[in-house]
Design a protein around this ligand. Structure first.
Ligand SMILES: Nc1ncnc2c1ncn2[C@@H]1O[C@H](COP(=O)(O)OP(=O)(O)OP(=O)(O)O)[C@@H](O)[C@H]1O
Length: 417
């Protein structure tokens, strides 16, 4: 789990009483009162605010706000069956708040099925002892249960039984961007890197474009999951927050996130802006350009934090080419590199006001993708000849259960319970 920091700016959420939730309606009504100290006079949970503001409506950009969450309620026994008793060899990986297993469910009813029949699902079993685990579980159900977009991972259902908290997601067969960038021998092709960051940018733009913005708060390469077509979907809404109400520019919250990705203003003050997500997006752009992790304490002094290390290079246009991942040299043109350098530099601007909106980032990346394709076509021979191993057409995907483990370099920032 890496380094933990205790920076509590507000008291931890109250743990709701444990009860078996048997149907969606019951959950919905229970959820809207969770976090409410007094149902008439007390502060409302961020979700109950969202529910009223989102009340039924289709939003643009192929995203949807559902009128009520369409989630299946599982019993613990269901999910024990679906994962063959949480067998260690079905574990896909482990995050800060629990283990993720591959399980099997019926593709129509979503009921648990025998291994190998129906469709795969990813089943996250949260550490039930942790108060923060409950808060993350609740946030995930609340946000992902209501929002639907091609670049957000689908939450299919959940289980809450005694101390057990589980989440059932669509299975993302190609793992995470982090696993492709940093855990494999073959270099990850540039064309796929661009496709993935563009998809992730669309997901963030959708969240930021909602009437009441959603701040994702944990944008990083390991939270960008990939479907069979390498389309990116954001997962892990455990830390997501509703953006500030109209008259405010930020929300104040305890400092949580991951070293290397958290924006400087958030680290310094606990003030969280929509633009704090844009900073984290810039960090991922820099990882994609360089093939280097956001934070690596094994790098020489002064180079541990990728943004601090490479911002001076991004500012000197002629230097940007030098920071690019040499393993995929020949797959990107100098024009593409210059554009990537520019947008990355503006995303990681120290002052949130100087960072672009995600909509603008999407426009720029779409342009970059176009130039990239044109360049690819005009220099196919060079590209294939110089890096045939890493051309997207030759890129071999081999999935191994358990291969997608945690990024141990990127220590998570989190409050202590
Ligand atoms: N829907 C999914 N399909 C396939 N694999 C998944 C899915 N969800 C999560 N995983 C895998 O399970 C692992 C753990 O995921 P999880 O979201 O719990 O933590 P994380 O993002 O790696 O870490 P952190 O706690 O810092 O957020 C990851 O390596 C991820 O690749």
């Amino acid at each position: 789990m890496g380094l933990c920091i205790s920076l509590l700016l507000s008291s931890p959420p109250k743990t709701a009483s444990t009860n078996n939730l048997s149907n969606r309606t019951e959950f919905w009504s229970t959820t809207t009162t969770l976090g409410t100290t007094n149902s008439t006079a007390g502060p409302r949970s961020q979700f109950s605010e969202a529910a009223s503001e989102y009340a039924g409506g289709i939003v643009g950009d192929s995203g949807l706000i559902l009128e009520s969450p369409n989630l299946k309620v599982y019993s613990f026994a269901d999910l024990t069956t679906a994962t063959k008793n949480f067998r260690p060899d079905s574990m896909l990986g482990q995050g800060g708040f629990g283990k993720v297993y591959r399980g099997w469910i019926d593709s129509k009813t979503l009921a648990p099925s025998k291994a190998g029949s129906g469709m795969s699902a990813a089943i996250k079993r949260l550490n039930s002892e942790s108060v923060q685990g409950f808060a993350e579980w609740r946030s995930e159900v609340n946000f992902l249960g209501m929002l639907a977009h091609p670049n957000l991972v689908k939450l299919l259902g959940y289980c809450r039984e005694d101390k057990e908290l589980l989440l059932v997601y669509e299975f993302m067969p190609k793992g995470s961007l982090e696993s492709h960038l940093f855990r494999r021998k073959e270099p990850f092709p540039w064309e796929l890197r661009i496709k993935i960051v563009l998809g992730a940018a669309r997901g963030l733009a959708f969240l930021h474009g909602l009437q009441r913005e959603v701040i994702y708060r944990d944008f990083k390469a390991s939270n960008i999951l990939l479907d069979s077509n390498f389309d990116a979907k954001l997962s892990d809404f455990g830390l997501a927050k509703l953006g500030p109400s109209q008259e405010k520019s930020h929300v104040t919250t305890r400092i949580m996130g991951t070293f290397g990705y958290a924006a400087p203003e958030y680290m310094a003050t606990g003030h969280l802006y929509v633009k704090s997500d844009v900073y984290a997006f810039g960090v991922v752009l820099l990882e994609v350009m360089t093939g280097q992790r956001a934070y690596n304490k094994k790098r020489p002094k002064g180079q541990e934090n990728l943004v601090e290390w490479l911002t001076p290079e991004l500012k000197r246009k002629h230097r940007v080419n030098h920071i690019m991942d040499q393993a995929i040299k020949g797959q990107y043109s100098s024009k593409v590199v210059a554009e990537m350098g520019r947008i990355t530099l503006s995303c990681v601007a120290p002052d949130p006001k100087n960072r672009p909106h995600m909509k603008e980032v999407v426009d720029v990346l779409e342009r970059i993708q176009c130039i990239n394709v044109v360049t690819d076509r005009s220099s196919t021979k060079t590209t294939v000849a110089s890096s045939s191993r890493s051309s997207p057409h030759h890129y071999q995907y081999s999935y191994r259960a358990g291969a997608a483990g945690r990024n141990r370099e990127g220590g998570r920032l989190e409050s202590l319970e």
